[in-house]
Design a protein around this ligand. Structure first.
Ligand SMILES: [Zn+2]
Ligand SMILES: [Zn+2]
Length: 458
């Protein structure tokens, strides 16, 4: 079995992993880097350029896992593409949005090769995606594996509890098993229910490490954190502030809207206007439409109906004043320059009355990462095309990650007790903490941090 990490660094960038197993050549995920532009935003496909892929398996619809799939499909026209039906619906909306973003960036950044793919190409590609149900063994031909096939190569999607449609993928061949967690959460969120992952022994575990450098705070509970957020919003409203919450369009937006619904129902907060972005609205529609069909909390909750949010876009954001007593749950979560959350943050960051609340992961080098770590009075550059600004607004930090805590990841690895553990999807410090801890806790396992671009024999 061969494995190549196709990311450009040990980081949460453009996730993509090559796997050769029982004579089949596969790629797991095909993301777009959240900060890099142009060719650098793609995974590094040099190591596989002379290999013809049989299949591409997508774990979920976040940009860093599906964002450059049309480019890989163009380069690998014979590869079959597999994902859940929900991820297909989400992925199609995300990729079309990405074409619009790249078309705009072509002018703003002068990136001549943008857009990396077109609307037409995205449409013709999505027609070729094959939808797989959860918990069913599928063959490389895309068929449900018959009992007599069970010795051959199969893959199976498991609910990862991270965002709608998210999965981990179990691959079986030649009597060996390899499990890729994708992005996972082993705890319930406000909407998503915890992952249901394989519990039996497996041979190789490829595991995400997003929160590897964060210890779970003593006494942390999600319910307690929800109350703390409600109190912070109330306190901000008391001083006539508007509240900006930078969120990812997929997952974080819907979890936050659900919390706001809950706060109103529990009379923790009065009714107040809420604003979201256009892609967030599309993703929320998919959450609402699939509410009754997916395994989740609050299956009858219809977010758009309950919250009735105003939708902001690249044009009307410039005329939208920061109104007192209103909540702006805007993407992007990392506050990438020119996105709604970045434009809005630059408008309020120097005003001591206003509030910005962070509710999840942000790359430490992204504008959101820089701002959340800034001290009051510090100068920050949130957009390289704009002047530096002094941080004077209230900054709040809340822990509502859509990713598993490092403690639950370690527990899971111990339960499966694999022979080899491959650590991916983490910043260097996060991966290093996980490597050191697993080496001590599982002395029989080989713990591997895969060097990008280097072929490993597993
Ligand atoms: Zn994700
Ligand atoms: Zn991810």
């Amino acid at each position: 079995m061969k494995f190549i990490n196709l990311t450009r660094d040990t980081e949460i960038g453009a996730n993509s992993y090559y796997l050769e197993i029982a004579g089949h050549r596969l790629v797991l995920d095909c993301g777009m880097h959240p900060r890099n532009v142009g060719e650098e935003a793609l995974p590094d496909f040099r190591a596989i350029k002379d290999r013809q892929l049989d299949a591409i398996l997508i774990s979920h619809g976040h940009q860093d896992h599906i964002g450059t799939l049309p480019v890989l499909m163009r380069r690998q026209p014979h590869a079959r593409v597999f994902m859940t039906e929900t991820t297909a619906e989400i992925g199609s909306a995300l990729l079309h949005n990405s074409v619009n973003v790249m078309t705009r960036q072509r002018e703003e950044l002068g990136t001549a090769q943008y857009p990396l793919f077109t609307h037409r190409e995205t449409d013709s590609h999505t027609d070729r995606w094959r939808w797989c149900p959860l918990r069913q063994r599928i063959t490389i031909a895309g068929e449900r594996a018959a009992a007599c096939d069970l010795d051959g190569f199969t893959f199976e999607f498991f609910d990862a509890g991270h965002v709608l449609g998210s999965t981990g993928i179990l691959l079986r061949a030649e009597g060996r098993t390899i499990f890729y967690t994708g992005d996972v959460n082993f705890d319930d969120q406000t909407i998503m229910s915890a992952a249901i992952f394989p519990q039996d022994k497996i041979d190789i575990l490829v595991m995400e490490c997003t929160r590897g450098d964060h210890a779970k705070p003593e006494n942390w509970t999600r319910a307690g954190e929800e109350r703390r957020l409600a109190a912070a919003i109330e306190e901000a409203f008391q001083r006539s502030a508007s509240v900006l919450i930078p969120v990812f369009a997929l997952g974080k937006t819907q979890e936050n809207l659900a919390m706001l619904c809950k706060f109103r129902r529990e009379n923790l907060l009065r009714d107040f206007p809420t604003y979201i972005g256009g892609l967030s609205a599309k993703m929320t529609e998919i959450y609402d439409r699939r509410a009754g069909m997916s395994r989740r909390q609050w299956p009858r909750l219809q977010l758009l109906q309950d919250i009735d949010p105003f939708v902001l876009n690249g044009q009307n954001i410039h005329d939208a004043p920061a109104r007192a007593g209103h909540v702006y749950a805007l993407s992007s979560g990392m506050m990438t320059p020119k996105t709604l959350s970045n434009i809005f943050a630059r408008r309020i960051v120097e005003n001591p009355r206003q509030s910005i609340f962070f509710v999840g992961y942000a790359d430490p080098e992204s504008p959101a990462g820089i701002l959340r770590n800034a001290r009051p009075g510090e100068l920050v550059v949130l957009d390289p095309d704009e002047p530096a600004q002094t941080v004077r607004c209230h900054i709040g930090q809340f822990q509502f990650s859509a990713h598993a805590s490092r403690e639950t990841l370690i527990d899971y690895a111990k339960k499966l007790s694999p022979k080899k553990i491959v650590l991916v999807h983490g910043d260097p410090r996060a991966v290093e903490w996980m490597r050191a801890k697993l080496t001590v806790d599982l002395p029989g396992a080989e713990v591997i941090v895969p060097t990008p671009g280097v072929e490993l024999e597993l």
